[in-house]
Design a protein around this ligand. Sequence first.
Ligand code: NDP
Length: 254
Amino acid sequence: MNPFDLAGKVALVTGASSGLGAHMARTLARAGAKVAIAARRVDRLEALAAEIAAQDGRALPVALDVTDPHSVARAVEAAETELGALAICVNNAGIARKERIGDLDDPAWRETLATNLDGANLVARAALNAMRKHAHGGSLVNVASILGLRPSPRVPAYSAAKAALVSLTQSLALAEGPNGIRVNAIAPGYVETDLNSAFLRSPTGARMVERVALGRFGRPEDLDGALLLLASDAGRYITGTTLVVDGGHTLSFL
Ligand code: NDP
């Protein structure tokens, strides 16, 4: 038996309308999961669902705003009604805003925390409630960042939110272990997406890549191994961990 096999499992991926979330949805579908793909830009989700269907996969587009508790509840309900009992949730939706250092009244601070921390918590709670109800265990994978482990002076709100998400991952792992539900995080290094392509292509980005041990920024598919490990039975004794996937960037950060 292939321990990475996800045949018949139902997964929810937030932030699936672009970047890492869209890629992770494809990866889970290829491994056999039925995937609810959630975000605000539903037209993009519909295109992704059609692409996955063309490769004999199953994906359900679901409108979701992670900052709205009602929207989160509706998304989990829609996933379960259409696809079945939720077994995997990838808590991936996130934003990165230009930040003004040291100004806690900065709207970017509030927006970043509302999406990357409060939103992730709302999704985690709704998904875990559903998994607990079915009593078949489950796996929650939070998408953190190396910036949650090593802070950046450029994006303090983003770094703080991701650091808190790492801590939340550990608390939830402790709470849900007795229910057979595993909670882990992936901390990716820099992977070029809509979130950061302007920055990575800037002179600062060019200097930064020299500090990545493997000599390049990541590609979405570089996260496949970590995702499948944490989502599947192959990771059945792994909980509360944050798996760094950064090509060795944090070894020489700054
Ligand atoms: P993208 O900007 O490409 O994707 C972000 C996704 O989040 C989009 O699908 C967007 O969908 C969704 N999203 C944003 N706000 C909301 C919201 N309020 N409700 C629902 N969905 C929302 O970025 P990435 O793919 O790069 O980022 C994905 C995750 O990975 C983020 O959490 C990010 O912090 C993390 N990450 C990324 C790294 C990188 O180098 N790319 C490195 C480390 C971590 P829509 O606008 O349609 O709602």
